[in-house]
Design a protein around this ligand. Structure first.
Ligand SMILES: [Zn+2]
Length: 143
C-alpha cells in the first residue's frame, strides 16, 4: 500500500509540474504541444487515481481485519476451552452450551459452532467451516 501511495504522489507531482510548465511557458505553446503536455498530465492523474483506489482497497481490507481482531479480543474473556472445544462461559466462568471449533478459534480467532451429528462418545463431529474432525467425547455440549 505504501508503494501505491508513493506512486500516486509521484504521478500527481509530475502532473502538477506539467501543468505548471504550460502556465509558465515564456512563449505561447502551439496547440499540439499544449495538448501533449495536458494529455501527459491527465495520464499521470489517471495512474495516481488507480494507485489510490488500490491503496483504498488495501485500507478497507485492513480495517475489516482490525474489526475482526477487536471482536476476537472482546470475546476472549467470555470463552473457555474444555477438552477439545471452546465454550461460552456462565457467570461462574464455567463453559456452557454447544462447543466451538478449537482450530477456528485458535487460528482464525473466530467462534464457529461445531455440527453435532450422532451424539455418541466415539462419533465424529466436524467443523462446518474448516472441516476439522473431533471426537464427540471431546467436544460434547455442556449443561
Ligand atoms: Zn473450524
Amino acid at each position: 500500500m505504501i508503494v501505491e501511495i508513493g506512486s500516486a504522489i509521484g504521478g500527481l507531482k509530475t502532473a502538477v509540474d506539467l501543468v505548471r510548465g504550460v502556465a509558465a511557458a515564456d512563449r505561447a505553446l502551439n496547440e499540439a504541444d499544449l495538448k501533449l503536455k495536458l494529455l501527459g498530465a491527465v495520464n499521470e492523474m489517471i495512474n495516481a487515481q488507480e494507485a489510490l483506489l488500490s491503496a483504498r482497497q488495501v485500507l478497507q481490507e485492513r480495517d475489516a481485519e482490525i474489526s475482526r481482531l477487536q471482536e476476537a479480543l472482546a470475546i476472549k474473556g467470555s470463552v473457555v476451552r474444555v477438552n477439545s472445544a471452546y465454550y461460552l462461559t456462565d457467570e461462574a466462568g464455567n463453559g456452557r452450551g454447544h462447543g466451538f471449533c478449537m482450530r477456528c478459534y485458535e487460528v482464525d480467532h473466530r467462534l464457529r459452532h461445531l455440527a453435532y451429528g450422532q451424539q455418541i462418545m466415539g462419533s465424529v463431529v466436524q467443523c462446518p467451516s474448516c472441516k476439522t474432525n473431533y471426537v464427540y467425547g471431546g467436544v460434547y455440549p455442556l449443561d
